[in-house]
Ligand binder design. Structure first.
Ligand code: PRP
Ligand code: URA
Length: 210
């Protein structure tokens, strides 16, 4: 395992991931779980945020305490399925800006086709968290991060819920400077480039389109 890949083995994440994978889990619960897992992943993946010391008046005395050192952040979901993770992260970091990148995989070639990109204007001042529940071949994430790099953000992290080894290898080779956080590292891809065991089509399960 490369040292910039973090598989989150926290019991709450693993428990929720198991329910997410279950084919009997319906759209409402699926959506809730994606957001809950994203929130827990946000907590873990922001562990290295810098802090500064401040003076705080408690009801009893003045104390030296800590606050975030003014780091600006942006969340960029890859449409559609990445949208399902945004609210979970915003629960913990409500001041973050949100950009969007639209990508879909060609059903024949499995190559990503981009159709939309709208990012915060001041991305060069921000840490960017790119969000997509599924890293399969890695094509969508690789292209999305390449697009974001054109705007010179301070740092980029990629958060996915399930990664396939093939996608992880491709992504970390293309973007060795971008840490990857995932909840599950699965076995392989099938002939249609779906992750096994996976959870099926994330976009369809979030939005109920199948
Ligand atoms: C899914 C998923 C990723 C992509 C992963 O999106 O949300 O964006 O596939 O596959 P890759 O790693 O092989 O590129 P999809 O193309 O199904 O679009 P959707 O989210 O709009 O349904
Ligand atoms: N996209 C999905 O939604 N699921 C997969 O398993 C692979 C790509």
């Amino acid at each position: 395992m490369k040292n910039n890949v973090f598989v989150m083995d926290h019991p709450l994440i693993q428990h929720k991931l198991t329910i997410l994978r279950d084919k009997r889990t319906g759209t409402k619960q699926f959506r809730e779980l994606i957001n809950e897992i994203a929130m827990l992943m946000c907590y873990e993946s922001t562990r290295d945020l810098p802090l500064k010391e401040v003076k705080t008046e408690t009801p009893l005395m003045t104390a030296t305490t800590k606050k975030l050192a003014g780091r600006k952040m942006a969340f960029v979901p890859i449409l559609r399925a990445g949208l399902g993770m945004v609210d979970g992260l915003l629960t913990l970091i409500p001041a973050a800006k949100v950009g969007h990148i639209g990508m879909y995989r060609d059903p024949e070639t499995h190559k990503p086709i981009d159709y939309y990109c709208k990012l915060p204007a001041d991305l060069d001042e921000r840490d960017v968290f790119v969000l997509d529940p599924m890293l399969a071949t890695g094509g969508s994430a690789i292209d999305a991060v390449a697009r974001i790099k054109e705007f010179n953000p301070k740092r980029i992290k990629f958060l996915c819920i399930i990664a396939a080894p093939e996608g992880l290898e491709a992504f970390t080779t293309a973007h060795p400077d971008v840490p990857v956080y995932c909840a599950g590292l699965d076995d392989c891809l099938n002939d249609h480039c779906y992750i096994l065991p996976g959870l099926g089509d994330a976009g369809d399960r979030i939005f109920g389109t199948k």
